[in-house]
Design a protein around this ligand. Structure first.
Ligand code: FBP
Length: 551
């Protein structure tokens, strides 16, 4: 047998030709929409972005043959991995070569830092072909360096001049696209002649608005997690002995948890935005879970699934207050750092918090309370994503069930298993949806660049229709901005899209969750992502997108 270097699926996917919207398949003409304004804080955003504020939206339609001047383009992958990033780059490459075969593409290495530190490679057809339709960001790597300082921009400008780069494409989330716009503004102010185009990336699904229907990667990641949840549900209903507590990635918004719930119909799914809106406490959340467990136990069902969004803890108002107080208290606190034992540290913290936060802190399981004082990011904040909320809930639920058992109101047996799904889905082979969507976003970026646009985010809409009918174009990034407090300063940022409690996806969930919780399990088993086969199996967009479109 020959040694294997690629799986059969990898080989088959290498020759998959992503679908493009009809208007990107031939010559393209630009249609300008009306002038735009920011979602809020018009005056402040206009003052900060005098060159890019108010530009019109753009859509593409069939055009006549045109010759475009040669352009050299640099591309950057920014932030967390999301399935489809390689296809954005492949679409960008193919688009550039189609518009002018002399165009060249450079990849800056390991995120925005590559631009600042002048680390790059030229992306040739040979390299691109290796990565078509694959997951991951390893073609050039990614990183979380923020591009926001003038000195970083100056260094970026230098390498652009050196390589004769006319445009940069930044593939990133809300923060990276905000910075893409700041960079576009800088280049215009300095008359450098370098354009900047953004592409909407993040598995978290929180970069969306009227013009950006979804960020790429959300579809694939949720399909991967939903498959795993479905498998767990089959296992749970076969062995009938475990309650599975599953934490799902998604730094802040609960879109991933909600989408996975819509796909797999677990017994319980917590939505952080609802917790905040209803001013719920940790105890309320625990009581809700306990109620479902006790009810199912009454029917002899001592198993089930609970989905927990990663960002939950920061949406519980009392916990948020505690975390804010801890961030302030422990920032560069020599006194605290000099304490030797956990007990000393615990006593110190208890004594310094407000009485409300001190009570919340005291009521937490000791391990979690300790995590809150230990794991801090470089800015001195608690790294909430490292807090094992699923274990916290298991511990609190078990304690409450033990009380109920002693009171003889619970007769079941509670055995739990905890899971965290995040990295399992971020680099999966992109679904057909993400493969096509990403390729189209990359191709759209090439057209925007050829047409001399800057400060735009590539936009591909009408995504629940077949790919041929997708609408491609560009949205001025300033249109998505508002002013928010960040690190004690008001800053222009793209407004993060949290789960809206009046949205169709949440309403559907709300309407059905009691049925999913009760003794008649309504589990769905989505199975693995399918790449070949009938369109209704292979090309379906997310349930969130379908419901948002009223389908
Ligand atoms: P982006 O918003 O940069 O796409 O990253 C999202 C995410 O995957 C979150 O869901 C998660 O909390 C975080 O990245 C994890 O970060 P890291 O990659 O540094 O472990």
């Amino acid at each position: 047998m020959q040694p294997m270097t690629k799986s059969p699926l990898q080989l088959a996917r290498a020759s998959y030709q992503p679908k493009l919207p009809q208007f990107l398949q031939g010559n393209v003409a630009l249609v300008q929409g009306a002038e735009t304004c920011s979602v809020a804080d018009h005056t402040a955003i206009q003052e900060l972005f005098p060159h890019t504020y108010g530009m019109p939206t753009i859509t593409f339609e069939v055009g006549t043959e045109k010759s475009y001047p040669v352009k050299n383009v640099g591309v950057i992958l920014s932030g967390g991995q999301a399935p489809g990033g390689h296809n954005v780059i492949a679409g960008l490459f193919d688009g550039l070569k189609k518009l002018n075969p002399a165009n060249r593409l450079y990849g800056f290495m390991d995120g925005p830092n590559g631009l600042v530190e002048h680390k790059y490679i030229e992306l040739t057809r040979e390299i691109i072909d290796e990565y078509r339709n694959t997951g991951g960001f390893d073609i050039i790597g990614s990183g979380r360096t923020k591009l926001e300082e003038e000195s970083q921009f100056d260094k970026g400008e230098k390498i652009c001049k050196q390589l004769n780069i006319n445009a940069i494409v930044i593939i990133g989330g809300d923060d990276s696209n905000t910075n893409a716009c700041v960079l576009a503004e800088y280049f215009l102010r300095k008359k450098s002649g370098v354009q900047v185009i953004g592409c909407p990336k993040t598995i978290d699904g929180d970069l969306k608005n009227g013009m950006i229907e979804t960020s790429f990667g959300f579809d694939t990641a949720c399909k991967v997690y939903s498959e795993l949840i479905g498998n767990i549900q089959r296992d749970a209903s076969s062995s009938k002995k475990y309650w599975h507590f599953i934490r799902l990635m998604g730094r802040s918004a609960s879109h991933i948890a909600l989408e996975c719930a819509l796909q797999s119909q677990p017994n319980i799914c917590i939505i952080s935005e609802e917790v905040e809106a209803k001013n719920m406490t940790l105890t309320n959340i625990v009581e809700n879970i306990v109620k479902v467990i006790v009810n199912r136990a009454n029917f002899g069902l001592n198993f089930g699934t609970v989905l927990i969004p990663e960002g939950l803890i920061e949406f519980i108002p009392a916990m948020k207050k505690l975390i804010d107080e801890l961030n302030k208290l422990l920032a560069n606190n020599e006194e605290f750092n000099s304490l030797e034992t956990d007990d000393e540290k615990r006593q110190y913290v208890k004594g310094k918090l407000s009485s409300e936060s001190s009570k919340v802190y005291r009521d937490l399981p000791k391990g979690i309370a300790r995590q809150l004082t230990l794991d801090r990011d470089p800015h001195g904040n608690v790294q909430v994503s490292l807090i094992e909320t699923e274990k916290l809930l298991i511990e609190m639920v078990a304690k409450r069930l033990a009380q109920l058992k002693a009171e003889k109101t619970y007769k079941g047996k509670f055995v739990s298993v905890n899971h965290f799904f995040g990295y399992e889905g971020r680099c999966a082979i992109p679904s057909n949806f993400d493969a096509d969507y990403c390729y189209s976003l990359g191709y759209t970026s090439a057209v925007l660049i050829a047409e001399g646009k800057t400060g735009y985010m590539a936009s591909v809409r009408n995504l629940t229709a077949p790919a041929e009918k997708w609408i491609a174009g560009g949205v001025p990034i300033t249109m998505m901005m508002n002013m928010e407090w960040r690190n004690e300063k008001m800053k222009p940022v793209i407004k993060k899209a949290l789960v809206k409690l009046d949205s169709a996806p949440f309403k559907y969930f709300e309407q059905h969750r009691d049925d999913w919780a009760d003794e008649n399990s309504n589990y769905i088993y989505p199975g693995p992502v399918q790449y070949f086969g009938p369109s209704q199996v292979c090309d379906q967009p997310s349930r969130t997108l379908m419901l948002e479109k009223g389908l």
